[in-house]
Design a protein around this ligand. Structure first.
Ligand SMILES: Nc1ncnc2c1ncn2[C@@H]1O[C@H](COP(=O)(O)OP(=O)(O)OP(=O)(O)O)[C@@H](O)[C@H]1O
Length: 232
């Protein structure tokens, strides 16, 4: 069985996650499952713990209690080095403000994760160009991120998140800074590409129109998943 081929259960599962930031309890026993290839929206009010949940599920932050299992591996049991490697090979991330490196061209931004994984520069740049093409921003490849529109920069950030062929993409408010047209273009590109590549997406959003692109939605309230159909 290869990683991600665990058809018997979820690809990624957080169970009873608890995480405090100082005296603020951001997560209070949150549990969530993500199946291979699934697009899951995590919604909830500001401060309900969405970003903290993603940080725990993606292994950036270790929870105070509870567990995260990815493809049968308990993240809390992995040494830091193995966890970093897993994050690099199996996970992609995209944030509200793309966070492309401003000094590099768009093409080099997208090529970078491949180069960090050992691909030579020429091949990395050629693959990066193909991914920019898929996201409709190849024409901007030689620009710096600051020279693109917000929507174009987010599509380039998605290309960077997907270029290594991750099993899971964590997208934390990827359209949060965009107008509705750009937001639609980014979501259409993300959903289309994720489906094509079989990538699971954990999508954080407070926007119902964005959540509607997902296969399923869970709502966080006060650091835990709210029962279905119950609104705040
Ligand atoms: N690094 C931190 N230090 C202190 N408190 C934090 C930190 N990160 C988050 N918090 C607090 O934890 C709670 C949950 O924050 P989190 O960012 O996970 O929520 P969120 O649902 O993603 O919010 P938003 O939609 O506003 O981004 C909030 O009360 C927040 O103020």
């Amino acid at each position: 069985m290869s990683i991600g081929d665990n058809t018997a259960g979820p690809l990624l599962a957080g169970r009873g996650l608890v995480k405090a930031h100082g005296r603020t309890e951001a997560l209070r026993g949150a549990s969530v499952d993500l199946r291979a290839g699934e697009i899951l929206a995590v919604t909830g009010a500001s401060g309900s713990g969405k970003s903290t949940l993603v940080h725990c599920l993606s292994g950036i932050v270790r929870p105070d209690a509870g567990s995260v299992t990815y493809a049968g591996l308990r993240l809390e049991e992995l040494p830091e080095k193995r966890l970093s490697e897993l994050r690099r090979t199996d996970f992609g991330v995209v944030f509200q403000f793309g966070q492309l490196i401003p000094e590099l061209t768009v093409l080099d931004n997208v090529a970078l994760p491949l180069m960090l994984a050992g691909t030579d520069r020429g091949r990395a740049r050629s693959a990066a160009g193909e991914w920019l093409e898929r996201f409709g921003v190849r024409g901007q490849a030689e620009l710096r991120p600051g020279e693109m529109s917000g929507g174009q920069a987010q599509r380039a950030a998605l290309a960077r998140a997907l270029v290594t062929g991750p099993k899971v993409v964590f997208a934390d408010e990827p359209t949060g800074a965009l107008d509705s047209l750009a937001s639609e273009q980014v979501m259409t590109a993300l959903v289309h590409t994720a489906r094509e590549a079989g990538t699971a997406v954990l999508l954080i959003t407070h926007d119902a129109q964005v959540a509607a692109y997902a296969d399923r939605e869970v709502q966080l309230r006060d650091g835990a998943v709210a029962p279905l159909g119950v609104t705040a």
